[in-house]
Structures are given as C-alpha cells and as structure tokens.
Design a protein around this ligand. Sequence first.
Ligand code: SF4
Ligand code: SF4
Length: 190
Amino acid sequence: MSQMGFYFDQTRCTGCHTCRVACKDWHDLQSEGVNWMQIETIEKGTFPHLFLAFMATPCYQCETPACMAACPSEAISKRVSDGIVVVDPDACLGREKCEKTPCLKACRSRVPQFGPEENAKMQKCDFCLERLDQGKQPICVEACPMFALEIDTLTALQKKYGSSQEAAGFRHPVKLKPAVVFTPKPENYS
Ligand code: SF4
Ligand code: SF4
C-alpha cells in the first residue's frame, strides 16, 4: 500500500480560506458548520513582537485512525490501496442515534463533521479520492493561490520536504501516525 499524505507549507499560507471554500463548493457541502478543510489562525505575542500563522487541516488519513477505533458501528475504514480513511454513511448511526459521536471526540483535529440536519451522518475530507482516481489533484491543492498545499504518497512528500510533523497550531497526536509533512513557520519568521 502506498499511503497518501498531505503537505502544508505554513510559510506560504496567508489564511485566505480559498482552499476551504473551494472544497465546500466542489463537494457541495452545507454552508452551515461543515468544513472538510479547516483553517485556523494562530496569533502569539504582542506588538511589535507578533507571531501570526495559519494551520490548514483536512484529514491526516492516520495510519492508526482513532476515529475508526472509536466508531461503534464500524462505519469508518481505511482503504487498502492508498490508506485514505473513508466513512460509509449507511453504516454511520448519525449524530443523535450515536449520541456521543465518539469519532469526533477521538479526533484531536476535529476532522469528522456533521451537518445541521436531523441525525446527520458523519462526513469528512477524503483527499478528493474521485479526483485522485482520475489522476487529478484534490481541489484544495489546485485552488490554493500560494501553492501551500500538496497531496501525494507520504514517501514522495518526505523525499521532497523532509518529515517534520511540528508546526504552529498542530495538535494531532503523532502516535496515530498522521500522514502529514510540514514546512513550519518559525516563530522568528519575518
Ligand atoms: S483533499 Fe479534497 S476533500 Fe480534502 S480538504 Fe482538500 S478539497 Fe476537501
Ligand atoms: S488557499 Fe492556500 S493560502 Fe489560502 S488558506 Fe488555503 S492554504 Fe492558505
């Protein structure tokens, strides 16, 4: 299996949200409360010693997904071919019936999403797998005006960018082996 991974260049990101909006549009996501790509602003310090950075969080397609382990109805699985973590909406019990939505509680990056509808089923970033299957790049990668995003096999990304899994705003437990590589924005970045 060649595990697919996500690369984020935090030194390039301007926090414009184009990736998040492009994803919502392409996947026709509900306007309210559903973001398969999340953009977080990280601010530290006071003027004139301010640090400002952004964190783009799709799904990290963890090698040992906590969401999958937490799901009581085995609605979440990891594709053998590329390691992408997918959810079967027919097997998902839904927000109300599943009560505590353990998949969301288990994911420190809050990747599992639920729409506003009654008993909404869990939904999440799937690396635009239909586009990948057509040999196309995911829509967020294509849309980013700063070329801050890339999705490829984790091995190829590590060969190209190293294997840093530290960046401002990144809180995902590395013990879950998230398939991610960063170019972090150093605190003294100017
Ligand atoms: S890879 Fe696709 S589904 Fe995931 S955040 Fe990017 S556009 Fe959305
Ligand atoms: S589109 Fe690119 S620059 Fe804009 S928020 Fe997303 S990653 Fe950052």
